[in-house]
Design a protein around this ligand. Sequence first.
Ligand SMILES: Nc1ncnc2c1ncn2[C@@H]1O[C@H](COP(=O)(O)OP(=O)(O)OP(=O)(O)O)[C@@H](O)[C@H]1O
Length: 249
Amino acid sequence: MTEPVSIEIQNVSKKYKTAQENSLTDVSLNIGTSDIFGLLGPNGAGKTTLISILCGIIPPSSGTVNFYYQNQFISEQERKSHIGFVPQEYAFYQELTPRQNLDYFGAMYNLGREELEARREDLLEILGLARFADKKVGSFSGGMKRRVNLAIGIIHKPDILFLDEPTVGVDVQSRNAIIRYLQEINKAGTTIIYTSHHMSEAEEFCKHIALIDHGRVIAKGDLTDLRKTHHAPNLQSLFIKLTGEEYRD
Ligand SMILES: Nc1ncnc2c1ncn2[C@@H]1O[C@H](COP(=O)(O)OP(=O)(O)OP(=O)(O)O)[C@@H](O)[C@H]1O
């Protein structure tokens, strides 16, 4: 291996107990340190299943996932402190305020009082939530809720951040704020793995991608190289070329 790898996914397959078929089949990927890696694919392709396995929420049926930090293998028990996860669903308490939510989730990561307060106030400011910090999240717009979801996922400054459609249903302003902030923390070293159905956003944001269809990786690598190889002017065109035009629902 020529470059330090932060996540090594080898021959991962997943069949849910109640399912007839595999949701993932023989997925192998290397995600490098400080990458922004896009897991892209049509509805039901297996993106959330893969992210859930990588975060340790569900086990694979077969195959292995190894994490390395500064070239050192990290055990499954140690992973939790390195990983941040921003799920598709809102993962906060609607009846609490952003401050209360961040205090609650920060405490779960065992952040000390002072560290937590400083981090909480930074995130509220950076993500444009300071003015609403003591209002119940349940009354917020979609964009504000997405930004609260993001703040909770990164309260403990993870080295590796998983985001499952972090900008779904938000306006241009919130989308810009979220993507800009993710780019900043990536520059500072955070490895980012994200899914999205927003092709122009993914094209601007990702360095590498894996295209998943019917649970299998059908293309992976540097986005510019993949476009050249498949004679695709943009990511949307590459996506349609490789996954076809028929509906998936
Ligand atoms: N808990 C579960 N039990 C059984 N089957 C499941 C479960 N979760 C997902 N699946 C199935 O696994 C396949 C992959 O689903 P998954 O949610 O990973 O896809 P996805 O690419 O994230 O889709 P979307 O873009 O719609 O979010 C689908 O066929 C789905 O129906």
